[in-house]
Design a protein around this ligand. Structure first.
Ligand SMILES: Nc1nc2c(c(=O)[nH]1)N[C@@H](CN(C=O)c1ccc(C(=O)N[C@@H](CCC(=O)O)C(=O)O)cc1)CN2
Length: 296
């Protein structure tokens, strides 16, 4: 039987709609408008697109949007000064630096200079620690989006075998922590994992986040498993530019019970969850109840 296709584009639109309703209610009841500041250093073409979408969607849900575009050769001190100013701006509830940063900048130092309460990417070491210990954290947007789609499709994830392929700080590790929080039995697989096919073949849930085009073939997938493809790889095939995920879509879809496509799967959920996190940060900063269903 053909796999169900989990439509991330439609799901993300629904999440943005929920965020917009909460934002309108906050304005009405508390005269509070959540604000998101995005800092872009340099002009990486993909980052430019993502930052533009973030700004547009922030405004669409009724939030304040601020963009800081800095030259590629901006010094660390100048970048930290911008972040410090945003940390101290009471109209800004969420701050992020678009990644990747140019090579001369220390990514960890920059991320850890953001006020953890405003760290809507959930990359600050305090939020990493809170998530890892099962405490209330700001949760990284891409894994949060994957979790929302999995919960929506399955209801409870309790007791399911989950394999996360990839151990990045941005996706793999937080994804594993979130699945553990929902009582899955979690394996993190990576480039040194022995017999990856056998490990993946045991999983009820496979989250592929390795950044290697179509590296997971369908014959690794257990019949009926749910496949979440985090990969966004730009390739050229038959002279045409194409966007593909980390799984071989057609062969995986032939065995899976459900699968996310690329494009239109996990990607759109990233920005929807960023808006949800900004709303959550604004509520927390003002001691107001958090929106339900939009956090982990
Ligand atoms: N500070 C951050 N930097 C980066 C993050 C992040 O979460 N925080 N994630 C990615 C980029 N990203 C958002 O920033 C992002 C990636 C992909 C999409 C998306 O909607 N993808 C579409 C395809 C779009 C395309 O053609 O490129 C899809 O999958 O359908 C949104 C946001 C790295 N940096």
């Amino acid at each position: 039987m053909a796999a169900d296709v989990i439509d991330g584009k439609a799901f993300a639109a629904k999440v943005r709609g929920q965020v917009a309703e909460h934002v309108a209610a906050l304005k009405e009841a508390h005269d509070l408008q959540p604000g998101l500041a995005v800092v872009l250093v340099g002009s990486d073409p993909a980052s430019e697109v993502y930052v533009r979408s973030k700004g547009k969607m922030t405004v669409e849900v009724g939030m304040k949007s601020v963009e800081h575009r800095l030259e590629a050769d901006t010094s660390e001190a100048d970048l930290l000064a911008v972040i410090d100013q945003l940390n101290n701006d009471p109209t800004i509830h969420g701050i992020l630096c678009q990644l990747p940063l140019p090579g001369h900048l220390d990514e960890d130092l920059v991320i850890n200079s953001i006020d953890p309460a405003k760290d809507v990417d959930g990359f600050h070491i305090s939020n990493v620690g809170l998530l890892g210990t099962g405490q209330k954290a700001m949760v990284p947007c891409t894994p949060l989006g994957c979790l929302m789609m999995l919960r929506d499709y399955h209801g409870s994830l309790s007791g399911m075998d989950a394999v996360v392929i990839g151990r990045s700080n941005i996706v793999g590790k937080p994804m594993a922590n979130l699945l553990l929080g929902d009582s899955c039995t979690v394996t993190i697989a990576h480039s040194r994992t022995k017999d990856l096919a056998e490990v993946v073949g045991r999983a009820d849930i496979v989250v592929a986040a390795v950044g290697r085009p179509e590296m997971v073939p369908g014959d690794w997938i257990k019949e009926g498993a749910t496949v979440i493809d985090v990969g966004i790889n730009r390739i050229e095939r038959d002279g045409k530019k194409k966007l593909v995920g980390d799984v071989d879509y057609d062969s995986c879809a032939a065995r899976a019970g459900a699968i996310t496509p690329v494009p239109g799967g996990v990607g759109p959920m990233t920005i929807a969850c960023l808006l949800a996190n900004t709303l959550t940060a604004a509520c927390r900063a003002n001691n107001l109840p958090e929106p339900k269903g939009l956090t982990a």
